[in-house]
Design a protein around this ligand. Sequence first.
Ligand code: GTP
Ligand code: SPV
Ligand code: MN
Length: 573
Amino acid sequence: MADPKKWVAEMATLLQPENIVWIEGGEEEHQQILDALVKAGIAIPLDRPKSYLFQSDPRDVARVEEKTFICSPTKEEAGPTNHWMAAEEMKKHLLQLFKGAMKGRTLYVIPYSMGPIDSPFSKLGIQLTDSLYVVAHMAIMTRVGREVLKKIEQKSFVPCVHSVGVPQGHPDFDSKWPCNPEKLIVAHFTKEREIWSFGSGYGGNALLGKKCLALRIASVLARDEGWLAEHMLIVGITNPHGEKRYFLGAFPSACGKTNLAMITPNIPGWKAETVGDDIAWIRPGKDGWLYAVNPEAGFFGVAPGTSEKSNPKAMATIATNTLFTNVALTGDKNVYWEGMDIEPKPPVTTWLGKPWDGKEKAAQPNARFTAPVAQSPHVDPAWEAEEGVPISGILFGGRRSDRIPLVTEAKSWAQGVLYAASISSEMTAAAAGTIGKLRHDPFAMLPFCGYNMGDYFQHWLSFQNLPHLPKIYLVNWFRKGADGKYLWPGFSDNTRVLKWIFERTQGKSEGINTPIGILPKKGEIDGAVDEILTYDPEGWKEEVKELKHYFTLFGHHFPQALSNELESLVTKI
Ligand code: GTP
Ligand code: SPV
Ligand code: MN
């Protein structure tokens, strides 16, 4: 039995807030929070029902992986892809950093649940924060309040401590977006199951239920309990005969999960419904199928590139009751961003609050919208089903301008795991770093796996004897031609790929057997140029050589079964 009140009292002694407010949940409280944000000049009310705009400090616009730590008992357990610090040393540092961090501010206590409150699979947390923006967002992205607290009192919770790190006395105390980038740190104690985050108010750095709990801590719980916590969308597809199948998709940050989760099929008779757009918790069911649950309650989606044409379902979802961060403001108090495909009403104010001259970016490239899943007109009827939805196929992909074909079916679970481990992607604005630079991002989990990635590959392999394993696909929507233009239209046209995959899982589409896997036969995917449906042996030889080198990073943690898969590929291509 947990005693949250005792813990909060202890933390208050450390944080020294002016006062403490417990979040109860509910519509009325949510509106009061938004009203308070408007009154403080932090939220700009829009001429769009129940919607608000926030502009962050330009130094605080994305996740900061360099300052994200896994504090597992040993460095080896964190593995070669995580930043590690010994738990004791980190705790010492944090206790210094957080001492008096909330002076002059209110401490908000947010009891929250990842997953439906009554589900036995859900995980509970309490986030302490001094950011009202964070409170408003947690209320959309998770289930919060009194009902959750009752559960917590019966069970346990993951303690999550968050501060923007700008107490009274700091020169930026009165800033509308206080943050402390010099001292920013996001720490995960994977054995103790605790999260501490200092210095940022943005996205995954600050909404601790999302990447910190539902991926980094959850991946460790999943390893220990025999399930999977993944950076994946979940979508339900129905064919013209009314047959329905569910699919998962893992793509790195800002590489198309939200868009595929909300796809509008452009082949007559096909239908798609959204279960989740960012995180999937996956468990084997009693019947030998894998079942997936979306632990979140909201979408925190990339705004730039979203339009009536590219993603009409997202546009419908965010028509009302939506919080926008770092998009531009139009003359008629509405929102605008690059790729929205409308003529904004002038005068347009950029995300930096300056008049827009049409030359610089109106919206920050990682600008986001935040809206409840439940208000999506295309939400899947089973999106809150306790046991989740049964999975027929899993898509893995990245942003690859060359080599990787449009779609390849792995010949076995082990080959699929190898392909997932092999994902590389050109970096995006979702994380601080060099945009466009190709980097390895195994399973799209590089920033989110809470333990040794080599052991994580092994954990995936451990499912290989399930009687109803999903088929695994490597996909790439981002191939470019010599002219630098995309060779595939993407978005709704991805339906043609989904149709092929759907029919493969039914044993219908034929495909063609190649050394790298099953590729679509000529004519099985309309309109796709040969270049993206075939594989280039020379390019793949290079790819495999480079992969072999990359995997040495994991030393003896790299599973022998994957080395064998890779070797067998080398001999075939
Ligand atoms: P996170 O929320 O950061 O995890 O990202 P995500 O994977 O959900 O990415 P999202 O769907 O929001 O897409 C990010 C960007 O990729 C947007 O600017 C989209 O317009 C673009 N995009 C998505 N799907 C496609 C596609 O099929 N083709 C092309 N060319 N671009 C796409
Ligand atoms: C991602 O970067 O993968 C996101 C956005 O989904 S954030 O929640 O900020 O990490
Ligand atoms: Mn994500």
